[in-house]
Design a binder for this molecule. Structure first.
Ligand code: SF4
Ligand code: SF4
Length: 208
């Protein structure tokens, strides 16, 4: 169905003027303007974190970071897609951590830069999911991995927090470590255990 002309807005996306209905996301606006629609490059549901954008709205001075699949196009909006930053250098095997007493020490060996957090809030400001990123890094650095991991449940690994960090901390990977290590050294949720047990006994089928 064709949108009425008064619902059309003009925006600048990657330096090019685009005209599109206001109920479209930034990515859909690009498709509407004739840009090729490439399949299987993102989830389009704010989950994969690959469509990170810088945004300045009409009349606004500040620039925000958001996800292009969730952001609706607005009149006068300027948008630039961001390239994926350099991959993090953190590598580790949870199997190499002998017990939970060692986790905090290992964390600081794997993420030595986490101790240099300036509490500047750049990561929290950059996060399009509203996660308390700075607090998560602080909690992890203190060894409070369960609390830190809980904060990162909605993380989509878009890397914007990493891009915004002057100490080159990768807060999203700190969060991932916190979640992994919490699951590794704790009893799994009872509903998961019960479900796996039912699968083992053949009482549930796995549908492929
Ligand atoms: S914590 Fe970082 S990687 Fe995760 S959603 Fe927020 S900005 Fe993206
Ligand atoms: S951007 Fe980096 S230095 Fe600033 S609060 Fe976040 S983790 Fe700390």
């Amino acid at each position: 169905m064709t949108e009425p002309a008064d619902n059309l807005v003009k925006a600048i996306i990657n330096g090019i003027e685009v005209q599109a209905p206001s109920n479209l996301s930034v990515i859909q606006a690009l498709w509407h303007a004739g840009y090729p629609r490439v399949k299987s490059v993102g989830c389009m549901e704010g989950v994969c974190g690959s469509c990170r954008v810088l945004v300045r709205r009409a009349g606004a001075r500040e620039v925000t970071t958001e996800l292009g699949c969730e952001l609706l196009v607005e009149e006068g909006m300027e948008v630039n897609f961001l390239l994926f930053p350099n991959p993090t250098h953190h590598t580790y095997q949870l199997d190499d951590i002998p017990n939970s007493w060692e986790v905090q020490d290992r964390f600081h060996h794997i993420f030595p830069e986490a101790a240099h957090c300036r509490s500047c809030g750049g990561c929290t400001t950059a996060c399009p999911k509203g996660i308390e990123v700075e607090r998560g890094v602080e909690l992890a650095a203190k060894g409070k991995f369960a609390e830190a991991g809980d904060l990162f449940v909605e993380c989509v690994m878009c890397n914007l927090c990493q891009t915004g960090c002057p100490e080159t901390i990768a807060p999203n990977h700190v969060g991932l470590f916190a979640r992994r290590v919490t699951a590794y050294f704790h009893i799994r949720p009872s509903n998961l255990i019960n479900r796996l047990e039912r699968l083992r006994r053949g009482e549930m089928q796995v549908v492929e």
